[in-house]
Design a protein around this ligand. Structure first.
Ligand SMILES: [Zn+2]
Length: 427
């Protein structure tokens, strides 16, 4: 996480709220390297070449001599004291003595963060910042999670969240496995602990082990790398039934219900993923997404939860990252687009659970999946997810965050572009 602060001169940012013009938004994107311009770097340590090297969490742009300077420094000191947040402070205008004065004031207050004298305001221009003070909060990868006035409450809130260690629940797997063994339908089941899951299957023990390492661990590691800091706070069983007969019979026997899908499903209340593994590992990857979304983004709307889940039901690893591939849901969305049955993204994003899982559920899944696929292909999906999490209070549907990450003022135009993109895809 990184915050970069700059002080330009006007106080327009204090009006708060995102600008209507989204062409300059860095939300969900990597902030450009901060350039060393104007006079020398005045902060402690070596001259940083960029945000990545600096590992700042907040980049603040401000303007020398602005009325809010005292208030801004109070804020920066508070972040530093409470959260140990790393700040890169870019100051436009002023004199050498003036900028030295800021550095001296910070030191006096026990804070040492680099202050860049951006005399000609090149960084502000580069970042498209027109009002100061203006701050960017970045995650470990340099992705912008928040942008706006550093006085907005969401900065404090998100810094607190990111600075907190993710909860690592201590769970008693031994006891869980002992209890589980009493519930097994017969002796042909093997139990393999693959944290945070316990995998249970009625194929040969080696096969169950291979699925636990090769599919479950593989997907969990890649998904955590891309999206999820926190583990589920309870143990989740992954039942891998070897064929349809076993799946149908044992789902009734163990859980008292008949499956409504031939592939498998996640039951949060039973803390279980229940799979007919004969249909392949795709559904398993899909369902693994859901408990992680629940642990990391509890208020995630269904459209994104299912968009991500279904994106990874056909996936591969490339350069250590998980990547969704085209799959069987493509013809459905292509037909819906041709027949003009797809929703606008404003509609899709604001669907309730009942609406999403109601009529046209297949089109909703496919539309959400291929929006995620589009974002992935543009290198924006992870950034979008993290920016959505950071802005969830202000934008619970994710639509405004989507618009900003895409840098589209006109979403109708985007929908036409996206539609062309999807219609041109071929499996
Ligand atoms: Zn799902």
């Amino acid at each position: 996480m990184v915050v970069i602060a700059t002080c330009l001169g006007t106080l327009l940012a204090l009006q708060g709220g995102p600008s209507e013009d989204v062409t300059e938004s860095w939300l969900g994107r990597r902030l450009p390297t901060v350039q060393s311009v104007g006079s020398a770097w005045l902060g402690p340590g070596r001259l940083p070449l960029g945000v990545a090297e600096h590992r700042a969490r907040v980049v603040v742009l401000s303007r020398w001599g602005s009325d809010s300077r005292g208030r801004l420094i109070d804020r920066l000191v508070r972040w530093h004291e409470r959260r140990g947040v790393s700040v890169l402070h870019v100051v436009r205008g002023g004199t050498d003595e003036g900028v030295q004065g800021i550095v001296a004031e910070l030191r006096r207050r026990g804070v040492e963060h680099p202050v860049l004298d951006d005399r000609r305001g090149r960084n502000a221009v580069r970042f498209g910042v027109v009002a100061t003070p203006f701050a960017f909060l970045l995650n470990e990868d340099g992705i912008t999670l928040l942008e706006g006035s550093p006085f907005e409450a969401r900065f404090d809130r998100e810094i607190r969240r990111l600075a907190a260690e993710p909860a690592q629940p201590t769970l008693d797997y031994d006891k869980h496995v002992r209890d589980l063994r009493h519930r097994l339908p017969h002796g042909g089941f093997s139990v393999v602990v693959q944290r945070p899951f316990v995998v249970i299957g009625d194929e040969a023990r080696d096969v169950v082990k291979r699925r636990a390492r090769g599919t479950v661990k593989w997907a969990v590691d890649l998904l955590r790398e891309g999206y999820f800091r926190s583990q589920p706070d309870h143990i989740i069983d992954v039942w891998l039934f070897k064929n349809r007969a076993s799946y149908n019979k044992h789902t009734v026997q163990l859980f008292g219900e008949r499956p409504t899908t031939p592939y498998g499903f996640y039951s949060p209340s039973r803390r279980a993923l229940i799979m007919n593994i004969a249909t392949g590992g795709g559904t398993l990857c899909h369902e693994i997404v859901h408990p992680f979304v629940a642990a990391n983004f509890p208020s995630c709307p269904s459209w994104l939860n299912e968009g991500l889940g279904s994106l990874y039901e056909q996936c591969q690893e490339r350069d250590g990252k998980i990547r969704g591939l085209l799959n069987w849901r493509l013809p459905g969305i292509q037909t819906a687009l041709r027949e003009r049955r797809a929703r606008t993204f404003a509609e899709l994003c604001s669907t309730t659970d009942d609406q999403f899982y109601g009529d046209d559920q297949g089109v909703h899944y496919a539309q959400a999946r291929y929006l995620c696929y589009y974002l992935q292909e543009r290198g924006l999906l992870r950034g979008y997810y993290h920016a959505f999490v950071a802005n969830q209070r202000e934008d619970p549907t994710g639509y405004e965050t989507l618009r900003r990450v895409l840098r589209r003022a006109d979403m109708a135009e985007f929908e036409r572009d996206w539609s062309r993109f999807v219609l041109d895809l071929e499996r």
